[in-house]
Every structure is written in structure tokens, then in C-alpha cells.
Design a protein around this ligand. Sequence first.
Ligand code: ATP
Length: 579
Amino acid sequence: MTTVSAAVPDALFALGLAAVVDGVVTGDENRVLLAACLVGALAAGSWLLGVVSDRANRRFADRAAVVIESHVARLHSSVATLELHERPDHQDRLAVLRNHAGALSFLYQQLFATVGAFVRLILTLILLLSVHPVLGLLGLLAVPDVLVTHRRAAVKKEAEEATAQDERLARHLFDLGTTPLAGKEVRVAGIGTWLRGRHRDAWMRRYVPLARARWISALCQSSTQALFGAALVGAVAWTAFAGLSEAASVTLVLTAGSRLSQYIAQTVNHTQFYRSIWLDVSRRLAWLEDYAAAGTATADSPAPRRLAEGIRLDGVGFRYPGTTTPVLDDVRAFLPAGTVVALVGENGAGKSTLVKLLCGFYTPTSGTISVDGVDLNRIPADQWRRRVAGAFQDFLRIEYPVRQSVGVGDLPRADDPAVVRAAVERGGLDDVVAGLAHGMDTQLGASWKDGVDLSYGQWQKVALARGFMRESPLLLVLDEPTSALDAEVEHALFERFTQVARSREDAAEGRITILVSHRFSTVRMADLILVVDGARVTECGSHEDLMDRRGRYAELYEIQAASYRAGYTTARGGREGRR
Ligand SMILES: Nc1ncnc2c1ncn2[C@@H]1O[C@H](COP(=O)(O)OP(=O)(O)OP(=O)(O)O)[C@@H](O)[C@H]1O
């Protein structure tokens, strides 16, 4: 309310000045003194109310910014599928929403600022009309400016959206050129200059149309404001020479008139901001809210407490959003409850995609995945995800003390030392922790105080341990989480996982463990092996079944076994030769 109140003394300032001039012209000292006090009081009141409203608004906006950003982040993470992150049109919408989400926090403050601007404008118009009704025309001559400002803002927004992809590209290239992770490869490949060039090109593709739009806007606005300026000069001259020659009236027209353009600009800016925030950012926020809610609309069946039968893939087909090539096509398989299932196949065969579908990160484009006979789409995504655990090849490096970095795998139990310790052991991280100065309390990440950096394989073990935090997942996914570890270490770890998976407690829950690995010595431990080839599951059975079948699996297994044998013989030959 202080914002609105501040508008009144501000607008009446012209009246105070006119009274001072009137007192001077009539030689009435008391009147001059009174009017000067009024001007002082108006100026002080306007300043004081402005400061108070500014403080209050900032406080409110800071709090609102935290709430709104948390809301956007929550909506992001509550979207069940990954489509949101991978469709370019969705990404562009999200980029604009992320960039402007902070502006939403000014919505409330802006509402009062807009009302305040209207109050100033109306009071100023009343003051002008009190001199002569024809001065109301000044208000009309401000209309072109209003129209131009509205139109040009829309054009600028369109240009921003049309080039949002280039902005993302420029940021991506900047990150590539400046983040430590990419640093080695950028230097070895010598692509620093190339990256800089591409980065500049992307910025120019964004900047040129935006700059053009801004220049045209500036030209149009200068013309309309020049028109208004000319009208103001005309109004002052007319007041001075057309029978309204009292000095007080001229002062009023001069002061109120010159402020009129400023108040009109403020009113237009405030309404424009309000309009763009309301129509644009809040519409995007509503879109994100609907998008997040749509995923749960068809979910009407709770996640099972335990798996009794298993998971069935029935004619499952999948294309990534925005692409036309099927990555999976008519996949049919049954994963029985309580088993360890391995997925094998060449690079790009579709193993990780199948894992993502099983986790519910995407919905199949055709066919169904059913869990104990219930379509996975009918199980609320958050419930299903609470029963899924695992580790992925593209893992997170959470730079916290080891205890938390592992513990966040299951937040409700993150503070239970015994649970975290058990997960550390299952993930094979115990030997890494033993070598750290502060053990489980060691800060991870070299950029933090007393922080240590880990090797890629050690980070992978942290992610793996985090994946083992969850108490009773129905689906445990291990999608090449040990690719950076030695074959022997991976073998030992998986041997331990499969033993646990076959333990009485895990078998009672019917947990299915999905294992993706390119190492056949690991894969052969699984109860069931699915061979993914040419977007389909072409073979399915135990290691022995598949070897007997002498198909693709047996062929790949033999190739790997032969290369291991050759490597072993060469290594042994080399050692014996050196002796
Ligand atoms: N987000 C994505 N958008 C579009 N296509 C994708 C996406 N992710 C994967 N693909 C494509 O889907 C196909 C299968 O990829 P996927 O990651 O499932 O293979 P994979 O068998 O796990 O391979 P790898 O053994 O190399 O990990 C590949 O051709 C890949 O290019």
C-alpha cells in the first residue's frame, strides 16, 4: 500500500510548485511560505514512502523468489518422464521459464506499482484538465507511445523465443570450454579456438535479430516520444499565449505535462511487465504444472508391495521424442519375480533405453509394460520410483561428505550410519573410504574446503553405493555402473549382488535385478539373459541355454573369451620372457 500512497505526493508536486509561483507573482509571502512547506512535505513524503515501499517490496520479492524457484524445481523433478528434458521445444520453454521465474516474485509488488502509476497518471491528468479541458489532448497524444511499446515488446519476445536454441547452444559451448570435466579433452583435441568460434557464432545468431528488434523499438519509441514532446511544447505555448497566461497555470502545465510523459511511460512499462509476466511466464508455469499433473492423471493403481509374478514386456516399441527411428520395436519378454536379468547387446542396441522404460522415465510408444499384470502407466510414477533403485552409467557426482553423498540415495534413512555403512560395503566403496583422511566424513570435490577429488572409478563406486541405499526396491537397476572398474572388481561386486539378490529376504520381495554390462564373465551369472539386437530382443535364456543355441550371444561370448585368453597368454608370455 505504501507504493500506491507514494504516488499521491509525487503527482501533487506540480500543484505545490504552481502555488509557490502563484505566491511569488501575487507577492503574498505567507502564501509562498505555506506553498514551499507544502512542496517540502510532498517531496519528503514521496521519498519516505518510496523508501519504505522499496524495502517492503524487496523483502517480499526475496521470499517469493525462493518459493517460486523451489516450486519450479519441484515441478521439474515431479515430471515422471525424461521427455521434458529432451524435446527441444520443451527445453526452450523451460529456458525462458527458468530465466524469468525470478520475475514472478515481483508480481505482487508490481500490482501495487501498476496501481501507483495509474494514480499518478490520473492525478496529473486531473491537474491538467483543471487548467483547461483541451489539455486532456496531451493524454491522447501519448497513445501512440503506448501502442508502440506494447507491439515492440511482443516482437522482442518473439525474437527471444526464436533464438532460444542458439542461446542454449552458446551456454553449452561456454560450459564445454570452461568446466574442469571437459578441460582435458578440449586441450588434447586442441578444439579451444573452434569452440570459441562456434560460441561466438551461436551468440551472434541470437544477438543480431535481438539487437535489430531493439533498435527498431528504440526508433519507433523515439518517434512517438518526439511527437509527445512537440505536443507538450505546444501546450505550454498555448497556455502562455492563449489567455491562460497566469504564471501558476504555465508552471502547472510545464511541470505536470513533463511528468505526464514519464508517468505514461511508467504506466505502460508496469502494465507491459504485468502483461508479459501474467500472459507469458505464468502461462508457462501453468503449462509446466499441467504437464507434471498429466503424468499422474491415468495412474490409478498403487505400486505392489512385493512382486508376485514379474514384469512383462508385450510388443513394446519406442521412439525418442522428436525422432522417427524406432529404438525398440515389438520387444516381448517376461522378467520373472526374484531373478537377476542381464541385458546384452552392442553399443546403441537399446539396452539403456529398455532400462529407462522399465524405470518409467519414458512411456512406450507402442505395446505395454505390465507389473504383476498391471500396466506400468497405471502405477503413480512417484510410487513406482520409490520402489526402483540403482546406478547408471551417467551418474551424479554429489559433492558432499561421503556419508551424505551416499545417504541421499534414500533420504528418510540418510542419517542412519548402519544403513549408509551397509550401502558403502555393498557398493565396494569401503576400500576407498578406508583411504580417506576423514573416512565417511571426508568432503568430496576438490573445489571445497578440505575437499578431495576421487578418480572416475571411485566416483562410480559412490554412485553405486548410493544406489544400494534404498531398503526394498522391487526393481534394482545396474546399468553399467561399474564400467570404469577392473573386470575382476566388477566380477566380485556382481557376484556379491547376485548372492544378495538370491537371498531369502530379497527372493521373498520378488525383486528383479537388471544388469547391463558388456563383460560376459559378469553377465553369465544372471538367471536370465536378454540379447538386444536391431531394436528387438532376439534371444532370451540362461547362459547355458544361449550357449547351446549357438546364436548371437554364443558368438559374442566366444569373441570376448578368445580375446581375454589371447590377452592372458600375451601378458603371461611377457612376464615369463622378462624373468
Ligand atoms: N535421448 C535420446 N534421444 C534420441 N536418441 C537417443 C537418446 N538416447 C539414446 N538414443 C538413441 O537410442 C539408441 C539406443 O541407445 P541406448 O543408450 O539405449 O543404447 P545402449 O544399448 O544402452 O548402448 P551402450 O551400450 O552404448 O550404452 C541409440 O541409437 C541412441 O542414439
